[in-house]
Design a protein around this ligand. Structure first.
Ligand code: FAD
Length: 287
């Protein structure tokens, strides 16, 4: 009751939605239906992920441009630096700036297999982008530690470097234990990290895919979540969606009560769950 009461008093909630470039005409159709469904909620931005080869870069750019021109919503490309030279990165950033893009999600990207070192980390990319133009910059943060980081403190100092290089918000890796996020937010504040720490919410529609993601991202999947999806792998998608929405709604209620004002949704190009959760947060279609 107390949670629902505080929910009804929420004001000024901001959301952002993340998509990925579609690989087939069918997936393309799903993406645009989702963009059309979510855009009227007036998110502060929509972002588009970026994969580790140049074909994907072009697709990211095309999707970013189309979302931006068709919806008028600020659109943020993700950009990684492990697979490009500094000159290339500067050129890409300049092209984005010239086509009206004002926010970039700046990442290192995953190292190619067999590689352990890199010349550029995300903090270096943030500095490079700021040299090109005064972008708003989002970076990644890891409440449960990035898998390669030596320890929690080292990873936190890395986040601080990204802030000092000019980032203004950090989107977290997905998580399921809200206390893990809240502790991380406290630790970041105590370390003097001047960033808006935005929880990345993954509404789960497919538990098997989630297990794969969680495995390589160092995200803990609690036992209760496993139990929740037990026996449902081949069951009706609608049932799994109801559970996924319920889990995410419980999380955002707790976080909103703890003062979180901005939520980032990993939509996986689907709108149903994110739309319902945003509705619960008080967002309504505009115009
Ligand atoms: P960094 O912040 O550079 O950190 C990477 C690792 O290096 C950390 O362990 C850090 O502690 C360590 N480190 C930093 N500096 C140093 C140093 N000087 N010496 C030694 N170690 C150091 N990937 C994609 O390919 N495309 C995407 O679109 C994409 N979008 C994402 C969006 C979000 C919100 C998140 C959370 C992740 C995303 N990723 C994406 C995944 C991301 O690229 C990987 O997690 C990657 O392994 C790390 O990227 P980073 O920007 O966090 O790197």
């Amino acid at each position: 009751d107390a949670l629902n009461q505080s929910l009804s008093e929420l004001r000024d909630i901001d959301v952002s939605f993340e998509f990925f470039p579609p690989k087939t005409p069918e997936m393309e159709n799903t993406l645009w239906k989702s963009v059309e469904r979510l855009a009227p909620l007036n998110p502060s931005y929509m972002s588009v992920t970026y994969g580790a080869n140049s074909g994907e870069r072009d697709r990211t750019h095309a999707v970013v441009k189309k979302i931006h021109t068709e919806t008028g919503i600020p659109t943020a490309p993700h950009l990684t630096c492990v697979d490009a030279s500094k000159d290339e990165l500067k050129q890409i950033a300049q092209d984005y700036w010239d086509s009206g893009i004002r926010r970039i999600v700046a990442l290192r990207g995953d190292l190619p297999e067999g590689t352990e070192k890199t010349d550029m980390y995300a903090s270096d990319l943030v500095s490079l982008l700021k040299e090109v133009a005064d972008f708003d910059i989002s970076v990644a943060a890891y409440p449960e530690k990035h898998p390669e980081a030596r320890n929690d403190q080292f990873d936190l100092l890395n986040l601080k470097r990204k802030a000092e290089a000019g980032a203004n918000e950090a989107i977290t890796q997905f998580f399921f234990d809200t206390s893990v996020f809240l502790r991380f937010r406290d630790r970041a504040a105590a370390a003097g990290i001047d960033l808006d720490i935005v929880p990345g919410i993954l509404p789960v529609t497919n538990y098997q895919t989630l297990q794969r993601f969680a495995g390589f991202t160092n995200v803990h999947v609690p036992g209760w979540l496993h139990k929740m999806y037990e026996g449902l792998d081949k069951d009706d998608q609608a049932t799994r969606n109801l559970l996924g929405a319920n889990i995410a709604m419980d999380m955002v209620k707790v976080l909103a009560k703890e003062g979180v004002k901005h939520f980032h949704f990993y939509t996986l190009n689907r709108s149903e769950l994110s739309f319902a959760i945003c509705h619960m947060l008080g967002l309504r279609r505009q115009g």
